[in-house]
Ligand binder design. Structure first.
Ligand code: FAD
Length: 512
């Protein structure tokens, strides 16, 4: 990996290289099968390169990707006018897949240009190959007993890491102002960048009762300290195992989590941390509310109360939690037949960016002769108010109406009066944000109409010109090249130059 990176990543920057290598290493160590190009790119998102740029890095790591072997073995040799073979890897004429140039000997080895090659398929590189070659994880660390920790830091700082819920509740009783922490992706920013000081921190990361995930008959119970990566993989499993009717909310969360920060943040950030921060642009809170999730809250005495997600958010970063209470778990109900839930997010860029506006929208339809009536609705936006905001007037307008083309225009008119943004609203881009609220609803309308199309004789068909709005965004793996100017004009200014230290670093033992 290091060698491949060293060869293509000319300058070997000491800041970014270790980060990229660790990200890919973690992916390879944890994958049972060779990763796809998309997975490799996803694992690298969140690392910054300030020297040579991303193209050579992605190129270097691409060799670990599962690719289509047939590209290399079955391509016709006369794919150019002259009959020369074009290498799918470099895009240049070569003999790597040419039938003419490649002969196969009796041992299944191919002979290309007189050199013998053992046929290596990318699919032969599986997780076990990596693991066999790697040092094992130290068994004494695996066997080490977890113990509750209590540490003191600078100033009066105290840091606790309990293992059981009752220990958390005792600590919360003793220190009502203590700050709970799991992934530290919000608190870390508050303490380092906003210079906020907390005297007592209680880590919930190892508390077993808060890390439970339970799939039941009515839905999923999610412990507040469950990390987003774990949640994503549970949702993926659930979607594979249960009916589509039941799992439309899980599907919506999967799509939203794809664009939630990067892998590194999702590996540590918790569900409860995102909910309790109550950020007005949280990507998940509009979905919890729209999906009808229920939050379970526990106090220092161990009493549990439940509150609808819709009623939990009280204002800017303010939630319905007393000082002796913590969020215990989240219950997410399955969707029912003819119930539809969808996520939306618009940011400046897809990867690793916070939303300008996001939304979670749900309707439940009910058959009424040849028509569908709306029996339930929930439309919740982020990025348009100090907290996740329900479009209540629109919801009330929709309930009882028939789902048809006429409904759309009327609903958009009501929605315009429901989500109000002043000209001087924090965040700016007021007109754009207003139009996003409408276009999300428009897309939702098209999506639901497409889902119910054909279920009744009433025509719900989405016009062909609108069909592209239904497709989820898909970005193909990156492909790029760089042209080097080889004619020297007496100056390096404006022309790409190989970094002087590149050859030294390529020869450095670390990379050899
Ligand atoms: P922590 O920082 O540990 O805690 C956050 C808050 O929640 C604290 O006030 C803590 O006391 C409280 N808390 C935690 N658990 C409980 C509990 N059980 N009961 C009561 N209070 C509790 N957010 C998005 O929505 N979308 C994004 O795309 C996104 N991208 C990000 C990218 C980066 C680089 C970073 C740094 C953050 C990003 N975030 C994003 C925000 C952040 O990652 C999430 O809000 C995250 O889920 C917080 O979880 P945590 O475990 O790290 O919280």
């Amino acid at each position: 990996m290091q060698e491949s990176l060293a060869r293509s990543h000319g300058s070997q920057c000491g800041f970014c290289t270790p980060g990229f290598i660790m990200s890919l290493y973690a992916l390879l160590r944890s994958s049972k099968l060779p990763p796809s190009e998309e997975q490799i790119e996803e694992s690298l998102a969140g690392n910054l390169c300030r020297c040579t740029g991303y193209r050579p890095i992605v190129d270097a790591f691409r060799v670990f990707a599962k690719t289509d072997d047939s590209l290399y073995t079955n391509v016709s040799s006369d794919n150019t006018k002259e009959g020369e073979f074009i290498c799918p890897s470099t895009g240049k004429p070569c003999s790597c897949g040419s039938n003419a140039a490649n002969e196969t000997d009796t041992n299944g080895q191919s002979i290309s240009c007189g050199i013998k090659h053992r046929p290596i398929s990318y699919s032969a590189i599986d997780g076990s190959t990596y693991i066999e070659k790697e040092l094992i994880f130290p068994p004494e660390l695996l066997l080490r007993q977890r113990v509750p920790l209590s540490l003191s830091g600078f100033g009066e700082l105290k840091w606790y890491r309990p293992l059981k819920l009752h220990q958390v509740l005792e600590l919360k009783g003793k220190y009502p102002d203590a700050k709970l922490v799991v992934g530290n992706s919000e608190i870390g920013i508050e303490m380092r960048l906003k210079r906020l000081r907390y005297e007592v921190l209680i880590s919930l990361s190892h508390v077993s009762e808060l890390n439970n995930l339970e799939v039941g008959d009515d839905g999923i119970e999610i412990g507040a300290a469950v990390r987003l990566t774990e949640l994503l993989s549970l949702f993926r499993q659930t979607v594979a195992q249960r009916t589509e009717d039941e799992t439309l909310t899980c599907q919506a969360f999967i799509e939203q989590l794809k664009w939630f920060a990067g892998v590194q943040i999702r590996n540590v950030a918790s569900v409860g941390g995102n909910i309790c921060t109550a950020s007005p642009i949280s990507d998940l809170n509009p979905l919890w509310v729209a999906a009808g999730a229920v939050f379970r809250i526990i106090n220092k005495k161990g009493n549990i109360r439940t509150v609808l997600a819709e009623d939990f958010f009280l204002g800017y970063r303010k939630v319905d939690l007393a000082s002796d209470e913590i969020l215990f778990s989240i219950f997410l109900p399955w969707t029912r037949p003819l119930e539809f839930v969808k996520e939306f997010k618009q940011a400046h860029r897809r990867d690793d960016d916070i939303a300008i506006v996001n939304a979670g929208i749900r309707v439940r339809l009910q058959e009424d002769g040849e028509e569908f009536l709306i029996s339930e609705a929930s439309i919740v936006y982020g990025g348009v108010a100090p907290m996740s905001l329900s479009a209540r007037k629109t919801k009330e307008f929709l309930i009882g109406k028939t789902w048809n083309q006429d409904l759309l225009q009327d609903a958009l008119k009501v929605l315009q009066t429901d989500i109000l943004l002043n000209e001087d609203a924090p965040g700016g881009m007021v007109e754009f944000r207003k139009s996003l609220t409408l276009s999300f609803f428009f897309k939702f309308f098209l999506w639901v109409s497409n889902q119910v199309d054909g279920k009744k004789s009433v025509d719900q068909r989405v016009p062909v010109s609108h069909l592209s709005a239904l497709k989820p965004f898909h970005r193909p793996p990156l492909a790029a090249c760089q042209d080097y100017e080889i004619v020297r004009r007496g100056t390096s200014v404006g022309s790409p130059e190989v970094h002087l230290s590149a050859s030294l670093q390529v020869c450095f033992p670390f990379f050899s």
